[in-house]
Design a protein around this ligand. Sequence first.
Ligand code: SF4
Length: 310
Amino acid sequence: MSYPAFVGVPFLIRGDREAVKFALCIGKLNAITGGEISRSRHGSILEAILSPWESILPPMSKIRLSPSRVNDFSNCPQLYKYRAIDQLPEAISLDAERGTLVHSVLENLFDSPIPQRTVQTAREILPLRWSDQLEANPELASMVSDSKEWLDRASALLDSYFSLEEPNAFEPTHRELHLELDLSEEIYLHGYVDRLDVADTGEVRIVDYKTGKAPKPGWEEKALFQLRVYALIYWRNYGVVPRLLQLIYLGSAQLLRNSPTESDLVSTEKTLLRIGDEIATAMRNDKWAPKPSRLCDWCSFKGICPAFND
Ligand code: SF4
């Protein structure tokens, strides 16, 4: 089968019909035709071009939403664009690396038989996972000048975990569970749950570890959003509203717990649909407003962000 010349255009090769439609909207079809044809004419040309290929092009891609990307867009649409659309690389964050390390130790801890799920076992796993992390990312070695201090800080977070939970008193059902849902025709929603426990009674508990400190009073609802998204996905997929959402803050040795209602989850769903719509509009218009805030001091993209550069 021979393909016409237009299939050589990069986004057509990728079968990215969404990109084609956006290109249409912003009049970039000149890039294909090389001519000075009006936008409406571009539209009719593209429709004519696409229709015979309708059956072989993959389905239009959806907006991929996760709690992190929703937060990005809510905090700053420009930040969302850099991360989700442009997928620019970011500077390594030692706080994030410490979080990854502690998460992997806690995940491994539950591989041990119940009697061996002790703080001592966790401390023994710690240097093993750290050496895996260094092997995967050798750049980290030069960033962590004092390995002992680094491991001691991670170890203190593990101690904190044992002050909040007894891992030898239950068996987790899932660890690092990927949950996903087609929220609408345009939105695919997904996320990774640190731990999901299903009791013999069928009650579900969703657990997330945080290496930072618990939110200040008044900020709990914002902190719970992530777990409500997971609860929504679970509910829509399995018809069961999780009984308990539990955030474990290792940095301040505190728990934040919440029992979601159906109405909480419906409200979370509405928020997600609204944000999905806002992202779709931003994509159509290719407009990503920077939203400067205190977050900018930690943003990897400050050097290129239009809010700080001409
Ligand atoms: S520097 Fe600030 S305004 Fe710019 S992208 Fe980052 S968070 Fe947004």
